[in-house]
Design a protein around this ligand. Structure first.
Ligand code: PLP
Length: 410
């Protein structure tokens, strides 16, 4: 199948002109993924629950995808539940574990999470809070890292009452990688389950459910060059969750609804490719480091946010504060110059609120509003980075010259 035949020329033209540097928000779908999906949008339209040949064919496609997803994170296929994406996987983990715990032991009504989680975790936690659950939000360091000692202290105060600890694998704004295995063992020692939102980490750094010692892990397809609208929750064998979507009993009775077969097929292929290509993120890290040194060396009054220790930061992530400049103004200008970047989480933009992540890291209002997230993908090149840094330098200079406090930055 020739992909050009299914491309809309206007979209392809735009993609050629704009340099895409917002890979934490979403990634381009790999051509090989699209090719695998197409038959499931055309001739392979059977319902995977059907007994006849059409159903058996799509059923086999689901099996293969389940194995590929499981292989990416060191799980068994039976431990993978397909969802509509990272948000649903997070909701299922948080609410499913909380409701199940309440059934088994009404005293276990506490959930511990961090103050820098994605809204896909914070919002279900808030919803549970309003129905009687006790939620504790752990603070983070100025680098965006959860301290294991804070988890230990909180757990000992809540002895016997913690149902679940949920700490993200890597943060979507500043890229900080949490000490997940250490946190999980603290949770387990207290008899609590441990969930991690690995939506930003899986496929970019090695992630293994056994090394990480987690019971539940959320992942999402569109962050790793797969299609949108599909993802998965890993549920360790033996862990029970209360289902949130009731119906025909698909996905091992945990998540009903006819599976999004073409999306899942694409997700499976994306996982297989991510596993093969994980070594290429070494080059992405070098390109990111090159960009960081050029930005810090070439633009005054600018700092890099998040961990300095590169082992604690995603290879794709750079997050800066440009003092005296508004991040949204920078994004608009960069867009005019042909660069797509962001200030932080794409999902929070709709809420028009300052980043809760940067607030939790102790940033001032000026530091929050002057921040910019640049996230690289496998497709980015050194030439793109050179032209971005050139554009950024001009834009920051221009915006600062318009600032009422411009003398401060001369
Ligand atoms: N969790 C994290 C850390 C994310 O970055 C995102 C998306 O940006 C999500 C969850 C939500 O995933 P999805 O877009 O697949 O619903």
């Amino acid at each position: 199948m020739c992909l050009d035949t299914i491309m809309i020329s206007g979209t392809a033209g735009r993609n050629r002109k704009t340099v895409y540097l917002d890979n934490a928000a979403s990634t381009p779908v790999d051509d090989a993924v699209i090719v695998e999906m197409i038959p499931y949008l055309k001739e392979q339209y059977g319902n995977p629950s059907s007994i006849h040949r059409f159903g058996r064919d799509t059923g086999r496609a689901l099996q293969l995808a389940r194995r590929r997803v499981a292989d990416l994170i060191g799980a068994r296929p039976r431990e993978i539940i397909f969802t509509s994406g990272g948000t649903e996987a997070d909701n299922l983990a948080i609410k499913g574990a909380a409701l199940q715990a309440r059934k088994q032991d009404p005293e276990r009504r506490c959930i511990i999470t961090s103050s820098i989680e994605h809204d896909a975790i914070l919002e279900p936690c808030k919803a549970l809070e309003s129905s009687g659950f006790d939620i504790v939000y752990l603070p983070v360091t100025a680098d965006g890292l959860v301290r294991p000692s804070d988890l230990k202290d909180t757990i000992s105060k809540k002895a016997g009452r913690v149902a679940l600890v949920s700490i993200m694998y890597a943060n979507n704004e500043v890229g900080s990688i949490q000490p997940v295995a250490e946190l999980a063992s603290i949770a387990h020692a207290a008899g609590a389950l441990f969930h991690t939102d690995a939506v930003q980490a899986a496929g970019k750094i090695p992630v293994d459910v056994n090394n990480a010692q987690v019971d539940l892990m959320s992942i999402s397809s569109h962050k790793i060059n797969g299609p949108k609208g599909t993802g998965a929750l890993y549920i360790r064998h033996g862990v029970m969750l209360h289902p949130l979507i009731h119906g025909g009993g698909q996905e091992f009775l945990v998540r009903s609804g006819t599976e999004n077969v073409h999306g899942i097929v694409g997700f499976g292929k994306a996982c297989e490719l991510a596993r093969e290509k994980i070594g290429l993120y070494g080059a992405v890290r070098e390109l990111r480091d090159y960009m960081v040194s050029k930005v810090l060396g070439g633009i005054a009054h600018c700092r890099l946010n998040g961990p300095d220790d590169q082992a604690k930061r995603l290879p794709t992530n750079a997050h800066f504060t440009f003092y005296g400049v508004n991040g949204e103004d920078m994004i608009i200008k960069l867009d005019e110059y042909g660069f797509a970047v962001s200030t932080g989480s794409a999902c929070s933009v709709k809420k028009q609120k300052p980043s809760h992540v940067l607030k939790a890291m102790g940033f001032s209002y000026e530091e929050i509003t002057g921040s910019l997230r640049i996230t690289l993908g496998l497709q980015n090149t050194r030439e793109e980075i050179d032209s971005l840094v050139q554009a950024l330098s001009e834009i920051v200079g221009e915006l600062r010259s318009l600032s009422p406090f411009k003398e401060k930055y001369d």
